[in-house]
Structure formats: C-alpha cells, structure tokens
Write a protein that binds this ligand. Structure first.
Ligand code: BTN
Length: 232
C-alpha cells in the first residue's frame, strides 16, 4: 500500500461504493469521499442515511491485499475505524460482530464490503457531525457523544493510517486484537443468517474468522455472515 491512496472528494454522489468500484475496475486503488450520499448503502441491502457532516468513504483495494487478510478485511476495517475514533475523539467504542462500531450499545459507524473478481471495495461510514434520523434511535454520532464537533480531516487521516497498519498484520494478530475490542463475545446473542436464526452465547472467532456461538443444545456453530442482536 502506498503512503496514502489518492483521495477523490465529491460534494454529492449516489454512493461512494459505485465510484470506488469504477476505479477498482481500472486497477486503481483510491479513496472516494463524499460530503453527502443520496443512495448510501448499508449491510444486508439496507439504506444508509448519509447527510452532510459525516465521514462517508469507500476504498478500492486491488493490489495491496495480502491474500490471507482478505477473509478478515471486515475485522481489519472495524479495528482501523475503532482505533481512529479512539485516537481522535478520546472515547473507547466497541465492536458488535461483525463490524458495527458501538458506543454504549448505540451505533457510531458501519462497514460494508463488496467484492469483485479481483478487487474489494471497503465502505466505511462514521456518524461524525451529521444529524441523525428519528429511526436511528439505535444510532449515535461523535457530536452527540462528545457534545462538540469533531474534525473530520483528523479522523480520516487517523483512519487511513491505522488501516494501512492493520492491512500488514498477520491473521492471528488481527483476530486476537479484534476479540479484545468486541462487545459481542460472552453475550447471549441471536444471529439471523441466510439459513435461519441461531441463539446462543458468542464465544470468539475461529481461525478463518467465523463467529463461534454455543447454541441452546450446547453445540458450537460457526457463523460466517449474518445480523447479530445482543440479548444481554
Ligand atoms: C452498515 O450497514 O453498517 C454499513 C454501512 C456502510 C456505509 C458506508 S458510507 C460510505 C460507503 N458508501 C455507501 O454507500 N456505504 C458505505
């Protein structure tokens, strides 16, 4: 990975994921940043509210990926986001599996990964100084938490720096650091997967990065993707 990717800044786009994808298809690694997204995308086909004041960006990764890190990119991105927030806002958020950044159980930031044949687009959305919608009562922003605005350029710089660092880390180290920052582990959870609902206690991550849940029959389940609800 170069010192920093070239950064393209847009006033308004449909989604930075689309912009980054265009560059990725030309083999280019860039950061696409938008002041505002009209059709911001969230995980599982959800809409991501992206008005002015937030940090909305997508990074196209083509050549700088170690093959062994690709399955763990979601964890790399959540760690990088968490550390950037810690550094700039001086608060300690946690991660809800797989990659929501929470502060006191309210969502501060989200991560979206889209893969093509030979590229990955990493989308990161952080609620910084932007207004929150009413439906977002489970969400919060850095401004709401701190009672003041946060400098988005400092946050972006810290984010890209920590992302660059974690992209070179070994799999085992990513997993063990991620586990120390995860609020899901040790909790009773309900995970909605494409093959049904699993309820149990979240234990940790497997070597490949799956969430390990001990279900109500005391069986260990490996979950690679899904939507997780903390029960207590
Ligand atoms: C989630 O559902 O938690 C993931 C949200 C990801 C939002 C970011 S904002 C920048 C990038 N562009 C998008 O359309 N989505 C991601």
């Amino acid at each position: 990975m170069k010192e920093f990717f070239e950064i393209y800044w847009f006033e308004e786009v449909s989604s930075t994921m689309e912009i980054a994808k265009k560059f990725a298809k030309q083999g280019k690694e860039i950061v696409a940043l938008a002041e505002k997204q009209i059709s911001g995308r969230g995980r599982l086909g959800r809409f991501w509210h992206s008005p002015e004041g937030g940090l909305w960006l997508s990074i196209s990764l083509v050549k700088s990926l170690l093959p062994e890190v690709i399955p763990l990119l979601t964890y790399v991105a959540s760690l990088a986001t968490l550390f950037a927030i810690e550094e700039v806002a001086k608060i300690s958020p946690s991660i809800k599996w797989p990659n929501d950044i929470l502060y006191k159980e309210k969502k501060l930031a989200g991560i979206l990964l889209e893969r093509g044949q030979d590229y990955v687009i990493l989308g990161i959305g952080i609620n910084v100084n932007n207004p929150l919608t009413l439906e977002e009562n489970k969400g919060t922003s850095l401004k709401e938490v701190l009672g003041r605005e946060v400098d988005r350029l400092s946050l972006l710089t810290a984010l890209l720096k920590s992302l660059k660092r974690f992209l070179t880390w070994k799999k085992e180290n990513i997993i063990s650091l991620w586990e120390t920052k995860c609020a899901t582990l040790g909790k009773k959870v309900k995970v909605l997967t494409s093959y049904g609902e699993i309820t149990g206690v979240a234990k940790g991550l497997s070597k490949e990065g799956a969430l390990l849940v001990i279900d109500e029959k005391n069986e260990e389940k490996k979950i690679f993707s899904g939507d997780c609800i903390h029960l207590f």
